[in-house]
Design a protein around this ligand. Structure first.
Ligand SMILES: NC(=O)c1ccc[n+]([C@@H]2O[C@H](COP(=O)([O-])OP(=O)(O)OC[C@H]3O[C@@H](n4cnc5c(N)ncnc54)[C@H](O)[C@@H]3O)[C@@H](O)[C@H]2O)c1
Length: 305
């Protein structure tokens, strides 16, 4: 049985991924310090190691006592504002610990690494939907840390033959999402709608995002492990733009609530429109985003609270 390590696998997207990997026949080990993850999100069939990924000695032990064919790296500092307030912490976790992990992959002959990158690497580029060949210009240390790791991955491939897929996720939503990370707007609105609270929007609500369901993101990760998917960078997205006003309309219909919408000043640095073109991954792997937004929101709303 092929073994795979999933760092950060007790988190939101990890909770969608591990069952898919198990179903595909992988022997899964989840490594997570539970700082934002939940032990209950790790299926019983997977091995679980409660461990900070920043401890190189412990990481070396984990690799020495297993035989990983592949590694999915999700463990990260995931919040843009935290990266701006604590850039050193962001760099230690998102860059330095990742390089330690790549070293372990090199030493122990791991075949492929799948890395959770982000739309944040593009910055404010309005040539939508963005392709992977578009210019990158991160506007936060979070985006810079993800972009930096993409560069490390490419050089590890060139120097050491380590295969990789750097997957740039759009705004991921779905069951078990926390309020804090990227794309958290769906989980925040879900909680507020359940509590009968008003919804606060920064700007006029016409700003758009590319909302991709976590189950589809997990399927993209699983698909990118295949050897026919060449090393490189891939968008994971629907390519569709949904405005926050449209999102509220759909979520209100699902919940039966009629929330008051409060418009606030736009936030400095917020990108107006965002959408990524995922045809490259579709072409190489056959993966497609399957979940219609309304059905994904229905599942998300049904799962919370
Ligand atoms: N959610 C999104 O919209 C989105 C978009 C783009 C990229 N991503 C990336 O996808 C990955 C998964 O994100 P998520 O939304 O599931 O977030 P999440 O916070 O639910 O999951 C991250 C997991 O990593 C664990 N973790 C954090 N620090 C750790 C450490 N030092 N050692 C070990 N484990 C640690 C947490 O406990 C958590 O279980 C992250 O790398 C994130 O940057 C997410």
């Amino acid at each position: 049985m092929k073994q795979i390590l999933v760092t950060g696998g007790a988190g939101f997207i990890g909770s969608h991924l591990t069952p898919q990997l198990l179903a595909a026949g992988w022997k899964v080990t989840v490594l997570d310090d539970l700082s934002s993850g939940n032990r209950a999100y790790v299926p019983m069939e997977a091995d679980f190691i409660e461990q900070d990924v920043r401890d190189p000695g412990a990481l070396a032990q984990v690799f020495a006592s297993n035989d990983f064919e592949a590694v999915v790296h999700f463990a990260a500092q995931t919040m843009v504002p935290v990266s701006l307030a604590k850039p050193v912490y962001d760099c230690e976790l998102n860059v330095v610990a990742t390089v330690e992990l790549l070293e372990q992959c090199r030493v122990h002959g791991v075949r492929k690494v799948v890395f959770a990158s982000s739309a944040a690497v593009y910055g404010d580029n309005q040539n939508l939907p963005l392709r992977e060949t578009e210019q990158t210009a991160p506007m936060s240390f979070y985006g810079l840390s993800k972009h930096t790791v993409e560069r490390y991955l490419e050089l590890y491939r060139q120097l050491h033959g380590l295969e990789y897929a750097a997957l740039r996720f759009a705004n991921v939503y779905g069951e078990r999402q926390g309020d804090g990370g990227e794309g958290g707007v769906v989980s925040i609105f879900t909680r507020l709608l359940r509590q009968g609270c008003s919804l606060q929007l920064f700007g006029d609500g016409k700003q758009t995002r590319d909302f991709v369901y976590a189950g589809d993101v997990a399927a993209a990760v699983a698909a990118s492990l295949a050897s026919q998917v060449p090393s490189g960078t891939y968008n994971v997205s629907t390519g569709k733009q949904t405005s926050l006003l449209e999102l509220i309309e759909t979520m209100s219909r699902i919940s039966g609530a009629k929330p008051q919408v409060v418009l606030d000043q736009p936030r400095a640095g917020d990108i107006l429109h965002s959408a990524l073109d995922s045809s490259r991954l579709q072409q190489y792997s056959g993966w497609r985003p399957q979940m219609p937004l309304e059905e994904g929101l229905r599942r998300t709303y049904g799962a919370v609270g």
